[in-house]
Ligand binder design. Structure first.
Ligand code: ARG
Length: 458
């Protein structure tokens, strides 16, 4: 088959090269956007007097038919035609003849692919933003149900201090809120139009770039044609934002996996979102969470892959840049499906309040409160820390809990300790005395929910 660029060639392309250089096997995903871009471009060519009304009509009609054929699976994408852009253009020319041959006036695949990809990412990123909004709402609603549920908070995966489960869950809501903001930022930068930059230097024809940008719903036009065709930072923004969401999801997944173990039993995962073992009949495995954790590595790889592809490229377009598509398709699809699973699974998880509470009563989780109690009685913090450390050691040696100690025993360590100490030694007491902003108190949790709700509305 003669290539659309075949004029200066005496020989056909090697089959091995055709197979090697084709992108149609993956960039066919951009067909809708390619047709949108072409339709807007044709309208502009007509408005500027470059094609006549009949030619425009033929082009728009032809593109519509092609869209229908693709949608119904009747369109034959050809590897020899390299990519989605040439496949569609060639089909149009076969359909309508010379009007079709005018479509590529003042246009190159270089500005076309950049425009298509921006349109594609605009849709995908908007969807991810919606999913993140939903996820935050889920966290808020679970937090509201667990405003009284106390669990041990951990550092180094060692029991640290009692916290409200709601506070722990809202920590995730805040992470995803920042992810949402990041994607919104990325969206702003995506939403500028490269079309009309042509191959590199613009055109000598009287095109109207503002018009096509408006037609395609872009916020504005990219002012430098060389920048417009060579920049892929908008793709990298998405890859980075995607890596960040996956990192957050992966941490959540890890906690769900740990919490679902027999050793913890903080949660019961829904049967619908668990899998069994082909050999061990008793097993109930947290595979969705593990897969999210696993897929995170791939998504990180996608970011590094394109960063590396781009680092040595001279301006402007280089074919290397075709390697942007598979990573970004993979990232947006992985983030999308991971959020979908989490959003469905999370509301069905059962939190085992009693287990959490019981766990927070062990491991001297209120020792810090005891030290702060002494500070309130005038003991310098460093001394209070030392005294409390000794009390904990005494408890370990005697096999006791802090709450088991008598007044007499306490007095041996510090004369400042009085009866009221027992109020702060239980997990409930520990939560009650938290007064600082952003702490794990009920008041703070309620404030956070208000703040998050406000951001979700805005
Ligand atoms: N398939 C190409 C890509 O994805 C489209 C642009 C090709 N341009 C070129 N001059 N070969 O990057």
């Amino acid at each position: 088959m003669k290539k659309p660029w075949g004029g200066r060639f005496k020989e056909g392309t090697a089959k091995t090269l055709e197979e090697f250089s084709q992108s149609i096997s993956f960039d066919h995903k951009l067909w809708r956007e390619d047709i949108e871009t072409s339709s807007a471009h044709a309208k502009m060519l007509h408005k500027q007097g470059i094609i006549d009304a009949f030619e425009l009509e033929q082009i728009l009609q032809g593109l519509k038919e092609i869209a229908k054929e693709i949608e119904q699976g009747r369109f034959q994408f050809k590897e020899e035609l390299e990519d989605v852009h040439m496949n569609i253009e060639k089909a149009l020319i076969e359909k309508i003849g010379s009007a079709g041959a005018k479509l590529h006036t003042a246009r190159s695949r270089n500005d076309q692919v950049a425009t298509d990809l921006r349109l594609y990412l605009r849709k995908k990123v908007s969807k991810i933003i919606e999913q993140l909004t939903e996820l935050e709402k889920i966290f808020i609603s679970i937090a509201e149900k667990h405003i009284d549920t106390i669990m041990p908070g951990y550092t180094h995966l060692q029991k640290a201090q009692p916290v409200l489960l709601a506070h722990h869950l809202l920590a995730y809501a805040w992470m995803f809120e920042r992810d949402r903001e990041r994607f919104k930022e990325a969206l702003k930068r995506i939403n500028h139009c490269p079309l009309g930059a042509c191959a590199i230097a613009g055109s000598s024809l009287p095109i109207d770039r503002e018009f096509t940008a408006r037609e395609l719903g872009f916020e504005g036009v990219i002012p430098n044609s060389m920048d417009a065709v060579s920049d892929r930072d908008f793709v990298l923004d998405v890859l980075y934002c995607g890596a960040m969401v996956m990192m957050h999801l992966s941490r959540l997944a890890e906690e769900l996996i740990v919490w679902a173990t027999d050793e913890f039993r903080f949660i019961e995962l829904p049967d619908r979102f668990s899998t069994g073992s082909s050999m061990m009949p008793q097993k109930k495995n947290p595979d969705p969470a593990e897969l999210i954790r696993g897929k995170t590595g791939r998504v990180y790889g996608n970011l590094l892959s394109l960063l590396t592809t781009m680092k040595g490229l001279p301006l402007t377009y280089n074919r290397d840049m075709q390697e942007d598509k598979e990573p970004v398709f993979d990232t947006v699809e992985t983030v999308n499906v991971s959020l979908k699973i989490v959003n469905e699974m999370l509301p069905e998880i059962k939190f085992n309040k009693d287990k959490m509470k019981e766990a927070s009563e062990k491991g001297f989780t209120t020792a810090t409160d005891l030290a702060e109690y002494l500070v309130k009685k005038g003991v310098p913090f460093r001394n209070a820390h030392e005294i409390t450390g000794k009390i904990v050691l005494y408890c370990i040696e005697k096999g006791k809990n802090l709450t088991d100690l008598s007044m007499k025993e306490f007095k041996k360590f510090s004369r400042k300790i009085e009866r009221d100490v027992y109020e702060i030694l239980t997990p409930e007491g520990s939560i009650k005395v938290k007064i600082s902003y952003g702490s794990s108190s009920k008041k703070s949790v309620k404030e956070q929910i208000k703040l998050l709700r406000k951001r979700l509305r805005g």
